[in-house]
Design a protein around this ligand. Structure first.
Ligand SMILES: Cc1cc2nc3c(=O)[nH]c(=O)nc-3n(C[C@H](O)[C@H](O)[C@H](O)COP(=O)(O)OP(=O)(O)OC[C@H]3O[C@@H](n4cnc5c(N)ncnc54)[C@H](O)[C@@H]3O)c2cc1C
Length: 398
């Protein structure tokens, strides 16, 4: 289908990766984003080797290395005593084992890198203030409909419009998410505001009864990224932009280690996001219209794989559209290549949440036995190795 026109709804990480992968293969691409200006929220991404592989294959390695942070490893810490265990080595080990680094990157930095690369390939590919409200198709084309009554026509349409996707709704009706009973807090702290023993070049995962916290440095250790998940049922708004207060966040983690209290007190603005769970879908495509990323497999953030799955999706989708002439056939191959893996990630993420929040972590003695068992090297490898080893650039397209 090379040379054909692909419409993409949404300029998040999934939409941008799909666009760049398609432009690199000679497709014409138009991206429609509802926001009036481009950007990402102030937060970090952890990108494992399977995501790095795709980003580097798109020729972005040098730009990413200029702004990313490659941690030495990941550690587990106990919520109250702060006792520390190694989870796994990263840095050189990720490169030795999987051929690519595991890194942390500011979402805005990755977004800018992708937008720049797209604009170099096609300066006017991205259309802003373009809110999609629906879509339709016939034998020859797909049509995207906008809030202002305008339309756009192409050979293929990709819904990359995130967890509240209108394209998914147009294809399959409204979904019925269930509240997980968890709320995620997130925020940033300038590195200079934190003591050295907290601001280390490692990813840290605090585990405790009813909650867990992930933090890591960003931008060559200039910034500190904080995500804290707590079980509570009085907040059910699923949004990146809802603000809370430092005091409310601190109250959710009362009794947790002093390091946690220090970090929470220094957060610039704490944001809160209710975590909703959705069962994996049976299909993502109808004719010449399909979905990628959170639009088709929203994932709880407990394996840090949501955006990495969107990255893999975008690349595999472009490979399928290049490999098969018929749009509907190409989209069936894409869906088949991706649906089982992403479903496994959705379920694995939910399981990891339970693991991080176990009540066996309440007291130190029981916690030691629990951590020894659950985070034992071979078990950790079993949980992560298949994820990191995947190669979206070569996986069989069926
Ligand atoms: C607390 C938290 C931490 C996370 N940490 C990680 C991590 O470390 N690593 C990781 O891999 N993943 C992580 N994730 C998951 C990751 O954020 C998502 O999986 C990822 O952002 C999905 O990308 P996407 O492009 O599919 O959707 P989005 O990023 O949601 O992008 C969708 C885009 O579409 C636009 N849009 C929406 N509706 C319309 C419309 N009607 N018309 C036009 N445009 C529209 C939006 O404005 C947006 O730009 C985390 C998630 C959470 C909640």
């Amino acid at each position: 289908m090379s040379g054909k026109k692909v419409l993409i709804a949404g300029a998040g990480i999934g939409g941008l990766i799909a666009a760049l992968s398609l432009l690199r293969r000679g497709f014409d691409v138009e991206i429609y984003e509802q926001a009036s200006h481009l950007g990402e929220i102030g937060a970090g991404f952890q990108i494992s080797a399977n995501g790095a592989r795709v980003l580097f294959a798109l020729g972005l390695e040098a730009r990413i290395r200029a702004v990313y942070m490659e941690p030495e490893g990941k550690q587990i810490r106990l919520w109250n005593t702060g006792e520390t265990w190694k989870l796994f080595d990263l840095g050189t080990v990720s490169v030795e084992r999987y051929g690519f680094p595991y890194f942390m990157i500011h979402r805005a930095d990755l977004h800018t890198i992708l937008v720049d690369a797209i604009r170099e390939a096609k300066p006017d590919a991205i259309h802003l203030s373009a809110r999609c409200v629906g879509c339709r198709q016939d034998d020859r084309s797909a049509t995207l409909e906008f809030a202002d009554g305008a339309t756009a026509e192409g050979d293929v349409l990709v819904g990359a419009d995130g967890v509240h996707s209108v394209i998914r709704q147009a294809l399959f009706g409204s979904s019925d998410p269930t509240f997980t009973g968890c709320v995620a807090w997130r925020g940033m702290v300038p590195a200079k505001d934190l003591p050295e023993h907290i601001m280390r070049p490692v990813g840290t995962n605090w585990v405790g009864p009813g909650g867990h916290i992930v933090h890591y440095p960003l931008r060559r250790c200039e910034l500190f990224n904080f995500v804290a998940v707590v079980e509570r049922d009085d907040w059910q708004v699923e949004s990146w932009t809802e603000r809370g207060t430092n005091a409310e966040c601190a109250a959710d983690f009362e009794g947790w280690n002093e390091d946690i209290q220090t970090i929470i007190s220094k957060l610039d603005t704490p944001y809160k996001w209710a975590l909703l769970g959705r069962e994996p879908m049976d299909r993502w495509s109808v004719g010449r219209i399909t979905l990628i990323g959170d639009a088709c497999h929203p994932t709880l953030p407990f394996l840090a794989q949501g955006s990495v799955m969107a990255i893999e999706d975008g690349f595999v989708l472009a490979r399928c559209l290049e490999a098969y002439d018929d749009a509907a056939v190409a989209l069936q191959h894409y869906e088949r290549a991706r649906i089982e893996r992403t479903g496994k990630i959705v379920r694995g993420s939910a399981d990891n949440g339970k693991r991080f929040h176990s009540h066996a972590l309440s007291n130190s003695e029981e916690a030691q036995a629990y951590v020894d068992r659950e985070f034992e090297e071979s078990r950790v490898e079993q949980r992560y190795d298949w994820i990191f080893r995947y190669d979206a650039t070569a996986v069989d397209l069926g």
